[in-house]
Design a protein around this ligand. Structure first.
Ligand SMILES: [Zn+2]
Length: 91
């Protein structure tokens, strides 16, 4: 969806410029998490996901396929869903 909507513009911006926009949106999400309303947090989550998808598109990565490949069968560590990995590994 992001590629269809913005793909032509994104190709001109390139990886470096797109990464900077992605990081700016991560910063805005951090701000929203610290004091924003529920609507503001939802807005920033959407922006971060959209810019992550844009970055993947610019890099030639199909984000949907990548996530499905890595996490579609459950936790990559233990293979279960929900994950049964030891919590101490990633507190
Ligand atoms: Zn696991």
């Amino acid at each position: 969806m992001i590629r269809q909507t913005y793909g032509a513009k994104d190709a001109h911006r390139g990886v470096d410029g797109t990464f900077m926009w992605f990081m700016q949106e991560v910063g805005e999400l951090a701000t929203a998490l610290r004091g924003g309303s529920a609507a503001e947090r939802a807005h920033e989550f959407a922006d971060v996901l959209a810019w992550l998808a844009t970055l993947a598109n610019v890099c030639g990565v199909n984000l949907e396929d990548a996530v499905r490949h890595k996490y579609g069968g459950g936790c990559p560590g233990c293979g279960a869903s929900p994950c049964r990995c030891d919590q101490s590994e990633k507190p």
